[in-house]
Design a protein around this ligand. Sequence first.
Ligand code: CMC
Length: 434
Amino acid sequence: MPESKPQNCTITLDGQNYEFPVIVGTEGEKAIDISKLRDTTGYVTLDVGYKNTGATKSKITFLDGELGILRHRGYSIEDLAEKANFLEVAYLLLKGELPNKEEFESFDADIRHHTLVNEDLQNIFKTFPTGSHPMGQLIAMISSLSAYYPKALDPNRSQEAKNRTTLRLLAKMPTICAMIYKKSLGHPVVYPSNNLDYVSNFLTMTFKHVSDHEYQPDPVVVDAMNKLLILHADHEQNCSASTVRLVGSSQANLYATTAAGIAALWGPLHGGANQEVLEMLNAIKADGGNVQKWVDKAKDKNDSFRLMGFGHRVYKNFDPRAKIIKKACDDVLNKLGINDPVLEIAKKLEEAALTDPYFIERKLYPNVDFYSGIIYRSIGFPTEMFTALFALGRLPGWIAQWQEMIGEGQPIGRPRQIYTGQTPRSFVNRGDRS
Ligand code: CMC
């Protein structure tokens, strides 16, 4: 790796010059290290929504929003989606290298060993009303694992304990997601079959009926699901990963920290967009399929409606994940022989938005969530499960971000603010207030 020459940045405040180091990443991105700014000058920086703030250095994921590049540990997302399976990518994110044959077999076997969840966990479902959103249930279920594994409450106990918690989370997440789906139907849960690979096991727990001895997940679906999970596996310092780092920085346990990440993901501006995209496409279809009317609605500043699945905080050219997923979407629908009218609406919407100056000027392109829902739907998942599937994919990324943060002993996250409220004033007794 080329050694970068140390640089400084001079900031002039109140007529005085201050020097701050410039940090250069391995891909050449530059940052001004202002961690001593307040101590030396009394100033803080203000950056609402962290649009311009590097909250950490990280070795996990590189992303260039202008060029549409996404790499995990140096490997392109295109190669990973094409050539790896989800567990290999999870291993890569967590350990920094792709596993060799023995390492993969051992990791896979360890995960298979932990797929069962405590039977008592099923009691939690009894407390949820019918129709509860899967994400609300997932947050509760993942958080409740901390009650079953109290030794994990101390995140710094030992490397071995951290590894075990990581394996448990990775292994139990598909079981819990499938349980949530089964419970939503009122069906008995299907227990894990540890002779199956990670994705086939998840699909079997989700779609097999307990009495069905014939169920075999379709290899086309297994492949598509692997790709979808890989494309969601990490995305550097996004809203949920930053939440995981922030919550984890207080030394909260990994189960609670992951539950916080899931909560952040649920929002429609983040992972919740995949559900919203499908609901939007269904609404356009039910409304007669007039795509232009909805594009106009999205452009109208007096209307809060946004085209879900369009735009991204960092990708301002194209989302590389969307490119891969668009092709996977076509492949799956072709191979499964599905002719989905919603896909036609999606294509028209994409075309209208990509040629409209409003979207071109603002660099609003279809993102990963625009196509993922169409694949999930063709596989048979109800829209309400979509964001839980995103969480299943993102889990190794969250854990990798947490491990890196804990491993480096990063301090508790605690931003500053600029107070804009009332200055000191005298208390007035209740009876004397106007
Ligand atoms: N439809 C219509 N207008 C939009 C949209 C949209 N989807 N997204 C952004 N804009 C407009 C926005 O109104 C603003 O216009 P103006 O400059 O005239 O005020 C301009 O584009 C910039 O938007 P912004 O809100 O400042 O951009 P942001 O970087 O803060 O937000 C975003 C990024 C993803 C939250 C936003 O594009 C959005 O709400 N998209 C729809 C939700 C969505 O698909 N989210 C999934 C993101 S990908 C999955 C993930 O990684 O989480």
